[in-house]
Design a protein. Structure first.
Length: 197
């Protein structure tokens, strides 16, 4: 069976995701990524200009997968801010429960200069209507306009809402707590309580 270019690119992305999740950005040099993907180092650079472009590309890929999961048929696009918030927060926890490597990559990404640039551009920069960041921004703005969400700066609302979700997921992965449906439900409701007006 012939390996296609799409297969090679997917193998590079998966290998980079795994190595970065396991060892961090500096512990995942291009040679190790290529070895894990079973491709030559030059193959990486056919698809990505450099390692930075690969890392940002992985984040965009993850964002698309998360969005597909969160904005399924159960998502109430015109629901109340609370309904949308609970759906997104619960969906995010469930996604990361099913995809712990993705979580570990995102955690590293968001706590790096890559994450700072991502937040500045996609979340707190020019208003976006696309993806998870755009949906969350609309949710918070609609909630503030309707008096359902505290009138706080967007970075504060994001931190109060999703900071706890990230820490709780990290603690679950580390084995410090065991997340089950009742605890996840209580967690996302507590995050809502932190921002509701």
């Amino acid at each position: 069976m012939k390996i296609t270019k799409a297969d090679k690119k997917a193998a590079v992305i998966r290998a980079a995701l795994e190595l970065i999740a396991e060892r961090g950005f500096h512990g995942a040099p291009a040679a190790n990524i290529a070895a894990r993907a079973r491709v030559g180092v030059g193959t990486i650079y056919r698809y990505f200009e450099n390692k930075d472009a690969l890392i940002v590309g992985i984040m965009h890929d993850l964002e698309a997968r998360v969005a597909a999961r969160l904005f399924d048929e159960a998502y109430l696009k015109d629901g109340t801010a609370r309904e949308r918030f609970l759906h997104i927060s619960g969906g995010l926890l469930n996604y990361y429960m099913d995809n712990p490597l993705d979580f570990r990559f995102v955690e590293q990404f968001m706590n790096s200069p890559y994450g700072a640039a991502f937040c500045r551009d996609k979340i707190f920069g020019e208003p976006s209507t696309e993806g998870v960041a755009g949906a969350l921004r609309r949710l918070f703005e609609d909630g503030m306009d309707g008096g359902l969400v505290k009138p706080l700066p967007l970075p504060v609302l994001f931190s109060l809402s999703f900071g706890p979700v990230m820490f709780i997921m990290r603690d679950h992965i580390l084995g410090l707590i065991t997340l089950d449906e009742p605890l996840m439900d209580a967690t996302v409701k507590a995050c809502w309580d932190a921002i509701k007006a």
